[in-house]
Design a protein around this ligand. Structure first.
Ligand SMILES: *Cc1c(COP(=O)(O)O)cnc(C)c1O
Length: 709
């Protein structure tokens, strides 16, 4: 036993524990932890996108210790730290109590991870899905590591010219302010690995990111061993030209496997989240061949370890590399296997002999995986059609691509307000009951929150969104005049039916659809008794001119005299802004051109906040919609080729459901001012959707259908 004199004083201890806590992204789904960090420095918390490491670095040790002598604060820190330790040491997890334990160990490769707004190594839905997957793998207690790149300059921050045209700002991360641990060997030296790209040897190091009980490794080429050109290779998310693209994918796939090996990690399963990381199968193949395994046996062995998720429902969206680029970039690597360039091209082609065909990452991944899946049932069908030529002897329905419908990590998406509300009504352990369908019945059947309480909750969240948006605008236009926002009180009303639309401005998502015939929608916004309002956010890809035109159109609408303050565009869509919008929305609008929304996930994030989905029957909503838990725009089918007719049809359906169903139900109030039918719909949505559209259900399905296969 330590005697008291050698024990560090309690507050010192607590300060250290708080520092440890800041280094594990577990805090990103624990609002009590966040509130402690926010309280230590509200200013730094706000100005660093809610970054606990930056907050703690901004306090002297002296201040931190002094502040922790406040009993109340110390008590809350102790409670959070103890909850964290319990989480870390939990022995009764889903995986630990699974009838088929031990479950396989998994390495999950993804070009992006969206874990928190302070770590800008994601561009959109694909990354957010990967981040939510990793968090649920931790919650379920799986043996799991993630692999990605460390994008030092991150994804861009969005700014608009006065004309509403998007331009991009690249703001480098402050590495010291991130919860990244350098990967070092037993002697404390940084581990450096390398890959061959063209004639060069490109070195990289890695950072470890702790996410609850799992780790994500981020590969980084920005080290002095490389020349300037290659130092920049991993700087930007999907940065640059085809050379950069293939270079990044070589580092991610081949380099990722090499890093795991150098750490002594030998996963049972390699999961490729989209094709960007598919070069990993080549490294696994090389390992087998260099051990003297024959080619066919090596292929079988690699295939028995790999799992693939495809996300892209259009042929043009898949990564393709020409034979010349591949010969140049991968030539030196591939020659070491002793196999011919034609053999390499063959693995990445639908018809191996067809010299006109490029090398497709998706083909490589499909051919080399024991289980492949799309991200919703309809996307599964689309994918089987799209890749049927890979399996010429089979009917489309027998093409071996299944589906695992996406989900979201509900505790991360629930705002602090939502946590507080449900903690009181459902008990603090509701986040551990995400898979329990009977538990969620209570929202509909037990009346554990009254209609009045639920309506007050909706009002609070709507008010918070209104104020959040006003604050964003004031931050962008501090003078008050530049954006024409002289009186911020005219921006949004806390009483109006609030529709939100936030996602990438890819044109297939059709952000401006509602405004297709302006004269038809103006009255809905101008109605003094039953007004609607809509908040938009989203980034266009830097090279997507059409997407930028859509965005500019929305900005112009927001300045239209009859729409001013009722149609608002919020700049710089990120995880924090997304969270504000999914929590404040009464209605989450999703009107993609079917079947291009492979799954979509943003609408799932609205549900825990009592938001209702109004969506095309595409992706997840085609499965989630049951007739009374939200609304469908249009039918369970789509036109094959006539895009304009489809847009016209969907516009008509959208307008009619808004005017005939959504608006009347929202404004139909009883004598105490409560929209009973609306609240009933919210209850039903929560009960039917929450236990299904979360990443615990999704990752558990991956375990059963793919990893254990
Ligand atoms: C959830 C999320 C998305 C996904 O949007 P969908 O249109 O539903 O696919 C994109 N970006 C961010 C920042 C998100 O949080």
């Amino acid at each position: 036993m330590m005697d008291d004199a050698t024990k560090p004083p309690l507050s010192t201890n607590l300060a250290d524990q708080l520092i440890v806590l800041s280094q594990n992204l577990w805090w990103s789904w624990n609002p009590q932890a966040q509130s402690v960090f926010a309280e230590l420095s509200p200013y730094v918390w706000e100005s660093t996108c809610h970054n606990p490491v930056a907050v703690l670095r901004s306090l002297s040790r002296q201040e931190l210790e002094a502040r922790l002598r406040d009993r109340d604060l110390a008590e809350r820190v102790r409670a959070v730290v103890s909850e964290f330790h319990q989480y870390e040491q939990e022995t009764e997890t889903w995986a630990a109590t699974h009838p088929n334990r031990p479950l396989p160990s998994i390495a999950y490769f993804s070009a992006e991870f969206g874990l928190h707004e302070s770590l800008r190594v994601y561009s959109g839905g694909l990354g957010v899905l990967a981040g939510d997957h990793a968090k649920s793998a931790s919650d379920l207690g799986l043996s799991f590591v993630g692999v990605s790149l460390f994008y030092r300059d991150g994804y861009f921050e969005q700014r608009l010219t006065p004309e509403g045209w998007q331009y991009e700002l690249y703001v480098p991360h402050k590495v010291d302010d991130l919860p990244l641990q350098p990967i070092v060997d037993a002697n404390g030296n940084r581990i450096i690995e390398s890959v061959e790209i063209g004639h060069s040897t490109v070195s990289f190091t890695a950072w470890k990111l702790d996410v609850g009980r799992i780790q994500i490794y981020l590969l980084d080429t920005n080290i002095p061993e490389n020349d300037q050109h290659f130092q920049k290779l991993s700087a930007n998310v999907y940065g640059g030209d085809m050379d950069t693209r293939i270079g990044q994918e070589i580092v991610l796939g081949i380099g990722g496997v090499r890093l795991l090996r150098s750490l002594g990690i030998h996963p049972d399963v390699f999961h490729m989240n989209e094709g960007h990381s598919a070069f990993l199968v080549l490294e696994l193949l090389r390992e087998q061949l260099s051990n003297g395994v024959g080619f066919d046996a090596a292929l079988d062995s690699v295939r028995s370890k790999c799992v693939f998720t495809t996300h892209t429902p259009v042929p043009a969206g898949h990564d393709r590399f020409s034979s010349e680029l591949l010969a140049h970039s991968l030539g030196r690597f591939w020659r070491a296997t002793g196999l011919s360039h034609d053999t390499l091209m063959g693995i990445g082609r639908v018809r191996p002999e067809d010299e006109s065909e490029a090398f497709t990452m998706t083909v490589l991944a499909l051919k080399m995986s024991k289980a492949s899946n799309a991200v919703s049932e309809l996307h599964g069908r689309t994918s089987r059609e799209m890749w049927r030529s890979l399996y010429p002897d089979r009917e489309p329905k027998d093409v071996p691509i299944g589906f695992v419908t996406n989900g979201v990590h509900t505790p991360s998406w629930a705002t602090a307000r939502a946590h507080e509300f449900w903690n009181k009504r459902l008990g603090f352990d509701w986040t551990a009951k995400l898979l329990d369908r009977d538990f969620w019945r209570r929202i509909e059947e037990d009346g554990l929150a009254s209609d009045e309480e639920l309506w007050a909750f909706r009002y609070t969240l709507r008010r918070e969104l209104v104020e959040f948006v006003r604050k964003q605008i004031r931050r962008r236009y501090p003078g008050g005049e530049e954006g024409g926002f002289a009186s911020l009180e005219r921006v949004l009303s806390p009483d109006a039916l609030t529709i939100c639309f936030a996602r990438r401005f890819a044109t297939y998502k059709r952000a401006p659809l509602l405004f297709r015939h302006l004269d038809r929608v103006l009255p809905l916004f101008a109605d003094p008794e039953r007004p609607i309002q809509i908040v938009f956010a989203g980034k266009a890809h830097p090279r997507d001119h059409e997407g930028k035109r859509f965005l500019q159109h929305i900005v112009e609408l927001s300045r239209h005299p009859q729409l001013f303050g009722r149609v608002v565009f919020v700049e710089e869509h990120n995880i924090a802004i997304g969270r504000a919008l999914v929590s404040g929305a009464d209605v989450w609008l999703n009107n993609p051109r079917r079947p291009l929304e492979a799954s979509g996930t943003s609408g799932m994030k609205a549900v825990i906040h009592g938001g209702l989905n109004l969506s095309i029957l595409d992706g997840w909503w085609r499965e989630g919609y049951d007739g009374s838990n939200g609304w469908a725009i249009g039918e369970d089918n789509h036109f094959e080729n006539d895009l304009d007719a489809q847009d016209e049809h969907d516009f008509e359906k959208l307008i009619s459901i808004l005017t005939e169903k959504v608006i009347p139900e929202f404004y139909e109030r009883d004598e105490s001012g409560i929209p009973r039918a609306w609240i009933k719909r919210i209850r039903h949505a929560m009960r039917t959707l929450l236990p299904e559209y979360n990443t615990e259900r999704m990752v558990a399905e991956y375990v059963e259908r793919s990893y254990r296969r």
